[in-house]
Design a protein around this ligand. Structure first.
Ligand SMILES: [Mg+2]
Ligand SMILES: [Zn+2]
Length: 169
């Protein structure tokens, strides 16, 4: 498991709701093993949705499989630049992640952190608490849904990849 941004809450004693967001195909356009920061493009409605959720007290936690690292298709430096660009675009819209966790492994590795395995939840739980009965996982793949179900940390919701506007769906 690897941390891009360790989860923190302005009120760590309070178990509020959390919104777990997959990255590719949910927050940004899924380019397939994205390595170029210039290719980072927010999906419509996402920043607005994140802002509204944060206003309602949700922690915003990114959870992403990034097997391109394990496959050698891009480097940790590439990923860092992509994430920095994403942070910048979200900040411009007045929002951002409270925490962001990713799995760098290939599927064959059988690691604990590749969704639908629940290691990314465990890692987030080391520094953040949330109320599972009020929390959600949003992804664009069945593995995201299974992740939420297996973790028992929240309800899962699968955004259709072809219509990823979370606000209207
Ligand atoms: Mg995805
Ligand atoms: Zn992993």
């Amino acid at each position: 498991m690897t941390v891009w941004k360790r989860c923190s809450s302005s009120d760590p004693g309070n178990e509020g709701p959390a919104l777990f967001l997959d990255r590719d195909g949910v927050v940004i356009v899924d380019r397939g093993y994205l390595s170029d920061p210039d290719q980072v493009e927010l999906l419509p409605g996402v920043a607005e949705t994140m802002r509204a959720a944060a206003d309602d007290g949700y922690l915003l936690i990114g959870v992403s499989n990034q097997s391109g690292l394990g496959r050698g298709l891009f480097t940790a430096g590439d990923l860092g630049r992509v994430m920095a660009r994403l942070d910048q675009l979200l900040a411009r819209e007045g929002t951002g992640f409270n925490g962001f966790y990713y799995c760098p492994h290939i599927p064959q590795k059988g690691c604990r952190c590749r969704k639908p395995a629940t290691g990314l939840f465990d890692e987030a739980a080391e520094s953040c608490r949330w109320d599972p009965t009020r929390s959600w996982v949003v992804g664009d793949k069945i593995s995201d849904v299974a992740f939420g179900q297996k973790g028992g940390w929240g309800r899962s919701w699968c955004a259709p990849a072809t219509a990823p506007n979370m606000r209207t769906r």
